[in-house]
Design a protein around this ligand. Structure first.
Ligand code: ATP
Ligand code: MG
Length: 196
């Protein structure tokens, strides 16, 4: 490509980007849903929490399902002022006790509702919330109500596979992480620092 054509093309691209930047004027907290079967949903959520924390914003994290597991992000972020609410007992895929699982989910959900009502929180991560809704441990209507009534400037990230259509419809940003391949399928063990 000639220098001239290159310049013309780049300036056209720049013009389009500038137009889009100029058009994006709304300032509000966002609802983001990171779903799909590929690896990278929770790490994306934690990445945004790290990003916001780095800007001095107040963040909170609720971890559904994996509360009994160790998690590297928690070790780091809890020491940097991020509030964590983790499911201490109950649902970890391997329990079969519906009422205990529901109670464990509800305990964390009550903390979520407090964060979603508190304007001090800039960003809240609801990690693996999608399953709580799918299994009806937490009522979809309650989640919708809490999200709709949250402080205008507060952003919320929901992660987990199979996000309910109502949640993706409500969200401002939805990303679906598609699995192309995963090491686990070829027999590689989950790895500290990569998988947890
Ligand atoms: P991560 O926490 O690494 O971002 P994730 O949140 O996208 O992963 P989850 O469904 O929450 O994925 O599963 C968490 C664990 O399962 C991680 O150890 C992850 O590496 C693993 N995992 C994620 N996707 C797959 C997959 N497609 N096949 C097998 N294991 C997976
Ligand atoms: Mg996850």
């Amino acid at each position: 490509m000639s220098e001239e054509r290159y310049k013309a093309r780049q300036s056209k691209i720049k013009q389009k980007v500038d137009e889009k930047v100029a058009a994006a004027q709304t300032e509000k907290g966002l609802l983001l849903v990171i779903t799909g079967n590929g690896k990278g949903k929770s790490t994306s959520g934690f990445g945004m929490i790290a990003r916001a924390t780095g800007h001095g914003q107040k963040c909170g994290v609720a971890q559904f399902i994996k509360g009994t597991w160790e998690c590297g992000e928690r070790n780091l972020l809890a020491n940097n002022g991020v509030d964590f609410h983790v499911m201490a007992t109950g649902f970890t895929w391997d329990t079969q006790d519906k009422s205990a699982d529901t109670e464990a989910a509800q305990q964390v959900w009550q903390e979520c509702k407090k964060m979603l009502a508190d304007p001090n929180y800039d960003v809240v991560l609801l990690d693996e919330l999608t399953y709580m809704v799918s299994y009806d441990y937490v009522a979809l209507e309650e989640v919708v109500e809490a999200l709709n009534n949250r402080p205008v400037e507060q952003s919320v990230i929901i992660t987990g596979r199979g996000a309910h259509r109502t949640l993706t419809d409500m969200a401002d940003t939805v990303s679906e992480v598609r699995s192309v391949k995963h090491a686990f399928e070829s027999g590689v063990k989950a790895r500290k620092g990569i998988d947890w």
